[in-house]
Design a protein around this ligand. Structure first.
Ligand code: C2E
Ligand code: SIN
Ligand code: SIN
Ligand code: SIN
Ligand code: FE
Ligand code: FE
Length: 397
């Protein structure tokens, strides 16, 4: 966090004129209404509040009732921050349902106990000087407290927050509340979908005895490859959610084939190959974005750049980019893992195969990104390593 020294060099601002206020409300309301991503809604709300009341900082906290925590997101690329729902002034405000105003955090006696463990502690770590502080809880349509606005340091001459500021933040939260609720709902739906997808992916896995974290690793590798290829954060997230289902069709493959310790006969391999069509047919009719993506991945992850893959034998850019990405992610993980039919390979051996197969099995561009992303990929591999893989990973460095 930056070490801004409020007070040393006071650049005083003025409260907004009504036209300026309207402009800000209008601009932000339009942006927020179009935003479905929860983190972005939170950050837009915070910026709107900050601009409306001319504070130095503004944070929107949300109450997570399942975990009894307050959480927030203050900047792009940063992790969310969390604290117990009873902690600090924000905790006090959402628990009591009452707004809190403080003119100088260092002189205040009434809330001293909260300040010592909250704002004052944060100041000590960051060198920031919290003076004026305001926390306004806000509610959903049902009247339940959803979270709170926290504003720090009023940048006008008075240096103090007023009841007008409270009204403005209350207004801001009611403007944003609908979007926030729908973003929360979307978030919940997506969380549920993610769980279902992982569970389904695991079914495919456990049937084939592929070790614990395979689907998770393939998801993470695919994510890094997508970002490295220049895809948007949203698309990379989408692929990360969908790619765990690439082998879902293995649920329908008979045990004699799936769990055969040795090499498959040609007929057996033909049966095995049908896991791509089976997965596709299972998923293709869904209207959900994630499952549609998963259908593509299940269908195309064994296609090859040179057209010698299956089930369709399409080649080059006829293969969807999601298929070309997960092909690499899947083979990288399959080779590095023990299977009933093979031992795990050392990293160097895998990398050599990737160099050889660049432009043959694999899209050359994705192979290049794979090598650029290798540090991230190896990190993921180690973080989600299987028990029996840990040793091999050590050796291969
Ligand atoms: P899987 O085990 O997840 O392997 C995924 C892909 O990784 C394979 O797709 C292949 O492209 C690559 N791969 C895995 N092991 C090796 C290897 O030792 N050498 C090389 N060069 N590539 C490897 P593929 O071949 O289309 O196989 C699809 C699935 O079929 C495999 O998924 C596995 O479940 C099954 N399978 C393939 N070969 C055998 C086998 O000989 N015995 C048994 N029991 N199952 C096999
Ligand atoms: C903001 O003003 O956008 C929030 C950032 C912060 O609290 O430091
Ligand atoms: C925070 O600034 O992170 C929490 C402060 C508080 O609740 O007092
Ligand atoms: C999980 O469900 O969190 C893990 C999925 C997996 O490792 O297979
Ligand atoms: Fe597969
Ligand atoms: Fe796989």
């Amino acid at each position: 966090m930056e070490h801004d020294m409020v007070g040393l060099e006071p650049k005083l601002k003025k409260d907004l004129h009504p036209e300026e206020m309207l402009r800000i409300i209008f601009d932000f309301a339009a942006k927020i209404a179009n935003e479905r991503n929860l983190d972005n809604v939170l950050m837009l709300m915070a910026d709107m509040g900050r601009d409306m009341i001319v504070s130095d900082r503004c944070t929107v906290w949300l109450l997570d009732k399942n975990k009894n925590e307050l959480w927030s997101k203050v900047a792009h690329g940063m992790n969310e921050i969390r604290m117990p729902s009873t902690a600090g002034l924000v905790g006090h405000a959402v628990t009591s349902g009452k707004a809190v105003f403080i003119d100088d955090a260092y002189e205040n006696e009434e809330y001293k106990q909260f300040l010592i463990n909250g704002a004052l502690k944060v100041d000590k770590q960051t060198g920031y000087r919290t003076k004026a502080l305001m926390v306004i809880p806000f509610r959903n349509n049902e009247g339940e407290i959803m979270g709170a606005y926290q504003a720090i340091n009023k940048m006008t001459e008075s240096g103090q927050f007023s009841s007008k500021d409270m009204e403005y933040l209350t207004l801001a939260s009611s403007y944003a509340g609908k979007s926030l609720e729908s973003a929360l709902l979307t978030n919940e739906i997506e969380e549920t979908q993610k769980e279902i997808i992982f569970t389904m992916g695991e079914i495919g896995e456990s049937r084939s005895k592929e070790t614990g974290n395979h689907v998770k690793r393939v998801a993470e590798f695919s994510y890094f490859l997508a970002l490295g290829l220049g895809m948007s954060q949203e698309e990379a997230d989408l692929l990360k959610m969908a790619s765990p289902m690439h082998d879902i069709g293995k649920v329908a493959i008979p045990d004699e084939v799936l769990k055969k310790p040795g090499k498959l006969t040609e007929e057996e391999f033909d049966v095995m190959k049908s896991h791509t069509n089976i997965g596709y047919n299972l998923l293709k009719n869904s209207t959900r974005h994630i499952l549609k993506t998963a259908a593509i991945v299940a269908y195309q992850h064994h296609e090859k750049w040179n057209g010698k893959g299956y089930p369709c034998g399409i080649k080059g850019e006829e293969i969807h980019i999601y298929g070309r990405i997960t092909a690499i992610a899947d083979v990288f993980d399959a080779l590095g893992s023990e299977r009933v039919y093979k031992k795990a390979w050392e990293l160097d051996r895998i990398l050599n195969l990737f160099k050889e197969e660049r432009g043959h099995h694999f899209d050359p561009r994705v192979v290049d990104v794979f090598f650029e992303q290798l540090p991230n990929i190896v990190k993921v591999r180690d973080a989600y390593s299987d028990f029996n893989l840990a040793e091999k990973t050590e050796n291969s460095h």
